[in-house]
Design a protein around this ligand. Structure first.
Ligand code: PHE
Length: 461
């Protein structure tokens, strides 16, 4: 079989482009859709505290490790491990990332499809004057409605594939650069409106005042899973992106900037959602996956110019989701093109269509027929394919991937190689290098293992 010509690899064109692309991957539905609902279900403030702790202690080191592996090897996630440790089975970690890309994109594209419905409803002003109960039933009816959410999901997959088709510099980088800052602005506007509603204080209290009695073993694992999911780490997305970063870039600084931006946006999403929930008397733990779609229209309804803000917000949410989905698809496409030597275009079509098939089942798992068969006790626990893949990806595959990634960098890549890559061959002074090494060798693997085993109920303290 002919081999891929590695001198033809694409690269990010500029410094700001790298940050925009990596931040674009990190910032997405994970921050705006997933963070508020998972935080709500897990008690708010205490969850936030643990989540932020995990970002700093585990997320940042894992992200830097991924960039290091990717840039060192200049390969896709699978090929990187294969190249750096040819005689060992580390490529399996890369392979696990490719599996995770399938499971994540399958359920993520379901939610991304929902954002298209949100856009259409905003354009037609369908939310105007609706009460919270009406919005809620509108949403539930839509996701249980069969064909429509599937069509939107497929449209979204098509959009994702067309950008990945175009390649790294012209596709991925170009869009991320302009649109991310505008998204930030609108979220800030939303926050201001939300905290000025009567009764908003309780929402802020819920989000920022930790109540440790609400913490269970599962809460801690959920916080870890959310940290991994939101930062796009643990599956090789940032190994892949790292492989497109030029040797001159400062990896530690990029890591800190991307993680900080991602965390900031998640917290802002919380500030936008929770005060509004308290103001409108929506219980914090019951809304599930539909939370933001049920609450945000209420907020926009309360705002002068709300129609326009909502429209802009939907568009940007779609863009934020797109810059994340392309980064997931890119993991698979880079693997197909470089390891199997398939053309980029063919690889994109094969990957996107096979993921779409799995995705359709996720979307349909909210349908009435499916729910009656597989989920006879709605509310007590959720057992649709969507929920299974969501749980599997965030709470199992990503932490497991992250565990092996830090072990690899800490114990197998070699101190000199790691130092070389992180300091750009000694050109940069990285003061915290030994702390980083200590964390990836000992602290992060131990913490991930404990949280994981405890959260799964395999050990108790
Ligand atoms: N971090 C993305 C988000 O928050 C989702 C994602 C997960 C992207 C894993 C890539 C890899 O929406």
């Amino acid at each position: 079989m002919a081999k891929f010509d590695f001198s033809k690899r694409d690269r990010f064109g500029s410094k700001i482009g790298i940050i925009a692309a990596a931040a674009g991957s990190a910032i997405g539905l994970g921050n705006i859709w997933r963070f508020p609902y998972v935080a709500g279900e897990n008690g708010g403030g205490a969850f936030l505290l643990i989540y932020v702790g995990f970002i700093i202690l585990i997320g940042v080191p894992v992200m830097l490790s991924e960039f290091t592996i990717g840039r060192r090897a200049q390969r896709n996630a699978y090929g990187a491990f294969k190249l750096l440790k040819p005689k060992q089975h580390w490529y399996l970690v890369g392979f696990m990332g490719i599996v995770a890309a399938f499971t994540i994109l399958a359920f993520y594209s379901t939610v991304a499809g929902w954002t298209l419905e949100y856009l259409i409803n905003s354009i037609t002003n369908a939310y105007e004057g609706k009460t919270s109960a009406e919005l809620s039933s509108m949403f539930d009816k839509f996701i249980g409605g069969g064909v429509r959410p599937v069509i939107f999901q497929l449209i979204f997959m098509f959009l994702t594939a067309s950008i990945v088709f175009a390649g790294v510099k012209h596709g991925i980088e170009k869009y991320a650069k302009i649109l991310m800052p505008i998204l930030l602005l609108i979220i800030i506007v939303l926050c201001v409106r939300s905290i000025s509603l009567p009764g908003a204080g309780d929402g802020l209290n819920f989000l920022f005042n930790p109540d440790f009695s609400k913490i269970k073993a599962s809460t801690v694992l959920e916080a870890l899973g959310q940290a991994f999911f939101s930062l796009s780490i643990g599956m090789g997305t940032l190994i892949t992106y790292g492989s497109y970063i030029s040797k001159k870039e400062n990896l530690p600084i990029t890591t800190v900037q991307v993680s900080a931006a991602d965390t900031f946006i998640a917290i802002l999403a919380g500030i936008a959602i929770f005060p509004a929930m308290f103001a409108f008397n929506i219980p914090t733990h019951e809304s599930g996956e539909g939370l933001v779609f049920k609450v945000l229209p209420l907020l926009f309804n309360e705002m002068p110019g709300g129609f326009y803000f909502q429209l802009l917000f939907c568009l940007l949410l779609i863009v934020a989701a797109l810059t994340s989905t392309i980064s997931v698809l890119e993991v698979v496409v880079a693997y197909f093109t470089e390891q199997l030597n398939i053309s980029r275009k063919k690889a994109t079509v094969i990957a996107a269509s096979s993921i779409a098939v799995l995705g359709i089942f996720c979307t349909l798992s909210f349908g009435q027929v499916y729910l009656e068969i597989f989920n006879p006790y709605p509310g007590s626990f959720r057992l649709g394919l969507f929920n299974i893949l969501e749980y599997l990806s965030a709470n199992i595959l990503l932490p497991l991937g992250g565990f092996f990634i830090v072990i690899f960098v800490g114990w197998y890549l070699g101190r000199k190689n790691v130092n070389d890559e992180i300091t750009n061959s000694g050109m940069l002074r990285v003061r915290l290098f030994s702390i980083f090494l200590f964390i990836v060798k000992f602290l992060a693997p131990l913490a991930i293992a404990l949280v994981f085993l405890h959260g799964m109920g395999l050990i108790a303290f």
